[in-house]
Ligand binder design. Structure first.
Ligand SMILES: O=P(O)(O)OC[C@H]1O[C@H](O[C@H]2O[C@H](CO)[C@@H](O)[C@H](O)[C@H]2O)[C@H](O)[C@@H](O)[C@@H]1O
Ligand SMILES: [Mg+2]
Length: 891
């Protein structure tokens, strides 16, 4: 029997843009496909996984946006969106209306590209089509909001939140489109590898979509991750972190970035972290979030050294190098190639060069700086225009001061240069300067060192690299000459030193520097190897259950279809944010308005099940919204909807424990400055939020110990809440209330004193139950719902809804580090209000992500805008056919 080949591991590699550009001809039936530029390291990694060496082990699928589809000879995008346009409007004629056949044709050609090009030899490509007018819209949030923040630029749009909202909706849709496409090709056991900051929401979207514990999701961040002080200015900071929390692993270019990320999660999501080392001896963190653990680590990306050397040392490039050397005969050549944006330090480099020529007159006429600045749109048009002006002024000033009629010391090329010219420049250079003020990594630096390490007849060997300490690669290329680009004098001195190095010194520097450049093969292999360790460990651990984000589109759909809806809300930390003073945690106007709208629908029954006392709940909720059912003091008291009468479920209970517990609490209060006792009718709560945190924690555990005896004697529960310790009779809890509310004839009056009614028909009970809570006392509600659901599954087998359930949505809110039995999570009370706002029609679905299907243009499938767009497309095609016909008849 022939040996069967082992099953290849499938990898779905998700990139912002496929490694190809698509250009339409005069009509949409003609197109050209060419290799894309940029992201060379990433594309090399894709190519490596596709190589003969790896294809026996892996079956790679590359999934990505097509990028902007352009039209030949125009050089610009096919069509533009007017900035004020309402997002969904698609009435105008749009030549991007590709038919299904055209899309199929282009896709088939994309599949064949790897046979055609030596470059980016990538098979199994899966294009994400987003053919709306103004295709640049899909970059808006990533490039104008995220990119600046990740690079320490606080630059939000001057026209404020409206534009940013639009960017955000598009960003959510962009991520949704990927989730949908992955849904088409995903198979159990696949590794999903997501790249960079255009796709920060995708991990969580995939968790929601598949809800498959075996799903492996790895995210690699190619950019810097800023300190939490910068990150936290982002208005959508929690949604972004939440998006990444769906991954099993989040990996960065260097240790510093991963540390910043961990601290952002700690500060904003309240997560905890543990540090350890992976098998490569690299630091890794395990952060606990939403009941699951996520590995955060770093692995610097590399370059394809062999291919680079093959491409660089050719006869053609030999000639080009010679002509560059001839052009600058007798002069030292300093080169730089950077994108012209505010982070790649072109301005800083020019300033330092100006200082250098000023400080060392002996070098004037002896050295030339060949600076290639590649146009970039990152950071916005205004910023780019300002930079262009600054660079032009600096270049003119240097050339005016230190140049002559025959020679300009700065040769500035503001363009994208062909690869062979770039490689020739690198070879011809005596020195390369990278002066980035912030970047994730720097491919030019790695390529320069690699090229310079190659012994050749052109004496490439060992020319130094000056590298900014703010470049992500500076911690890897430790033997470069490290500079602070903001310190022009120090950089000038470094240039002088580098140009004076003897051959021996350069050789010794080079011998140390060259092996520090990571290879792309090494990076890819190490990433997959360490990912395997992470998933193996995860499979052996029971702790790794990640609670997915709430699937809001499904919730909305279920809500719309349901006839008997029950809402069970905790109050503090769920409907209102936690604040220092309990008395200050009053409902916001927005909350009241949403509750009013929900309560106005006769199908809805809303209950607030809180630890608060009757007085508080009456004052802030009951008196304004009598339609709410209320339960106070963790289930001790209940007030039915549209009723003023409270039922005391603890009436018959011995309350002599109160005085004893109160006394112990007083003693602890005396020992803990800042702490207070909240005395309710039944329960007692000791608060230490305003005490010294460590002292508070310490005395909270002392109090629990001291109360243990009383708890045993009087059958009490001692509950550690949010900076509090609460005591109440054990037999009442929020779960008991939930049990009575669910096993109840929907819409009828409650008799709370009757405990057991588990004999109702399904049609009498709720068909949609949305339960929200933030604290561990709310886990009783979730556990109860899970129990009831299990009973219903048996009792009402075959009667489940289209989502295979009975409309139960137990959902935890906030604190990332807690373990929960809830089925989903929302990050904070703001997200709670956004979700409830969605149900009452106040909020758009795209305010936060949640697996919706889109059409090939980025409209929600079957939505009004999608249908309008389809109609406009049909009309456009008819008009086109008609004009083609009449043109034909004239000929
Ligand atoms: O069940 P809940 O509605 O969530 O109520 C639980 C307790 O919430 C209150 O205390 C907590 O919120 C305060 C305001 O944000 C905060 O200052 C305090 O540190 C938290 O522990 C309330 O005071 C308690 O009576 C509730 O039992
Ligand atoms: Mg709460």
């Amino acid at each position: 029997m022939a040996p069967t080949s082992p099953k290849r591991q499938r990898i779905i590699n998700c990139v912002t843009q496929l490694p190809y550009n698509i250009e339409l001809g005069k009509t949409n039936n003609e197109w050209t496909i060419s290799p894309a530029t940029g992201s060379s390291s990433l594309y090399s990694s894709l190519e490596y996984l596709n190589s003969e060496e790896k294809s026996g082990e892996y079956e790679q699928h590359v999934l990505g946006w097509t990028g902007e589809v352009t039209r030949k000879n125009t050089g610009r995008f096919v069509s533009k969106r007017n900035d004020n346009e309402v997002i969904e409007d698609e009435a105008e004629e749009d030549p991007l209306y590709l038919t299904a056949d055209q899309i199929k044709g282009i896709t088939a050609d994309l599949h064949k590209q790897h046979e055609k090009y030596n470059q980016y030899n990538v098979a199994n490509v899966h294009p994400v089509w987003l053919l709306r007018r103004d295709q640049e819209r899909w970059r808006g949030f990533a490039e104008n909001v995220l990119w600046p923040t990740f690079h320490y630029i606080l630059q939000f749009s001057p026209d404020g939140s409206e534009k940013e909202n639009m960017y955000w909706y598009d960003y959510v849709k962009f991520n949704e489109a990927y989730a949908m496409k992955i849904g088409e090709i995903y198979q159990k056991g696949d590794i999903i590898w997501i790249h960079d900051y255009y796709l920060l929401l995708l991990p969580q979207l995939l968790r929601m979509k598949f809800n498959d514990q075996d799903l492996t999701i790895a995210y690699y961040h190619h950019s810097p991750w800023p300190s939490n002080e910068y990150f936290r200015v982002l208005p959508r900071r929690k949604q972004i972190l939440d998006g990444l929390m769906g991954a099993d692993r989040v990996c960065f270019q260097n240790e510093g970035f991963s540390r910043h990320f961990v601290s952002s999660c700690k500060r904003l999501l309240d997560s905890t972290s543990k540090k350890s080392e992976n098998r490569l001896g690299m630091d890794q963190y395990q952060i606990s979030a939403y009941g699951g653990d996520i590995v955060v680590d770093s692995l610097p990306i590399g370059v394809n050294k062999n291919k680079l050397l093959e491409e660089t040392f050719t006869k053609d490039i030999d000639k080009k190098v010679l002509s560059i050397k001839e052009a600058f005969q007798g002069k030292k050549i300093i080169v730089g190639r950077d994108r012209l944006d505010s982070v790649h330090g072109v301005v800083q480099k020019l300033r330092a060069f100006e200082t250098f020529l000023g400080m060392y007159p002996e070098w004037r006429d002896q050295v030339v700086l060949v600076q290639v600045s590649v146009p970039s749109k990152k950071g916005g048009a205004d910023q780019v225009i300002r930079l262009e002006q600054q660079v032009n002024e600096l270049v003119s000033s240097i050339n005016f001061q230190y140049g002559s009629l025959n020679f300009s010391p700065v040769q500035h090329y503001y363009m994208r240069i062909p690869k062979d010219v770039y490689l020739s420049l690198m070879r011809a250079a005596d020195l390369c300067i990278i002066a980035s003020v912030r970047d994730g990594t720097n491919t030019t630096a790695m390529e320069y060192v690699t090229i310079k390490s190659h012994l050749s007849e052109y004496n490439c060997y060992g020319n130094p690299l000056i590298l900014s300490e703010f470049s992500g690669i500076s911690t890897v290329l430790k033997d470069a000459i490290i500079i602070n680009p903001w310190d022009s004098v120090a950089v000038a001195k470094s240039i002088n030193k580098a140009l004076h190095l003897s051959r021996e010194e350069r050789t010794s520097l080079e011998n140390r520097l060259s092996p520090e450049v990571p290879t792309i093969q090494g990076w890819t292999d190490k990433f997959l190897l360490t990912l395997k360790d992470i998933t193996n460990e995860a499979q052996g651990s029971s702790d790794r259950r990640i609670t997915p984000a709430l699937n809001r589109p499904v919730l909305l759909e279920n809500y719309r279809q349901a006839k008997r809806r029950l809402f069970l809300f905790d109050y503090d930390g769920t409907l209102t944010p936690i604040v220092q003073d309990p008395a200050a945690a009053i409902p916001s106007a927005r909350l009241i308005s949403i509750l009013q709208k929900l309560a106005a629908d006769s199908r809805n029954q809303i209950w607030i099940i809180s630890g608060r006392d009757k007085k508080f709940l009456n004052k802030w909720l009951g008196s304004r919204l009598p339609q709410l059912g209320l339960s106070a003091e963790h289930g001790c008291f209940v007030k039915d909807v549209d009723d003023e009468h409270w039922v005391n479920l603890t009436e018959k209970f011995d309350m002599s424990w109160q005085a004893k517990v109160g006394k112990t609490m007083e003693e602890i209060t005396n020992r803990t400055p800042g702490s207070v006792i909240e005395r309710k009718q039944v329960a007692l709560t000791w608060h230490y939020r305003r005490a010294d945190p460590e002292q508070g924690e310490f005395y909270a555990s002392e109090l629990k110990k001291e109360l243990a005896g009383l708890a045993e004697k009087y059958d009490l529960d001692i509950m550690a809440g949010k900076a509090n310790v609460e005591v109440r009779p054990k037999f009442v809890n929020k779960g008991e209330i939930v049990k009575r509310l669910v096993w109840h004839h929907h819409g009828r009056r409650q008799d709370m004193l009757v405990a057991n009614r588990e004999h109702l028909a399904k049609e009498e009970m709720p068909d949609f139950i949305f339960c929200l809570g933030d604290d561990f006392t709310d886990e009783d509600m979730f556990a109860q719902l899970n129990k009831i659901e299990a009973v219903w599954k048996k009792e009402f087998a075959g009667q489940s809804n289209q989502w295979n359930g009975f409309g139960f949505y137990p959902c935890t809110v906030g604190s990332a580090s807690k373990k929960t039995v809830a089925k989903a999570h929302l990050t904070d009370p703001q997200q709670v209000l956004d979700t409830l706002g969605l149900l009452v029609g106040d909020v758009s679905l795209f305010q936060s992500a949640g697996t919706v299907d889109l059409d090939s243009r980025g409209h929600v499938k079957n939505s009004d805008s999608s249908l309008r767009s389809e109609k406009a497309s049909a009309q456009y095609l008819m008009r086109r056919q008609h004009s083609d016909l009449s043109a034909g008849s004239k000929n």
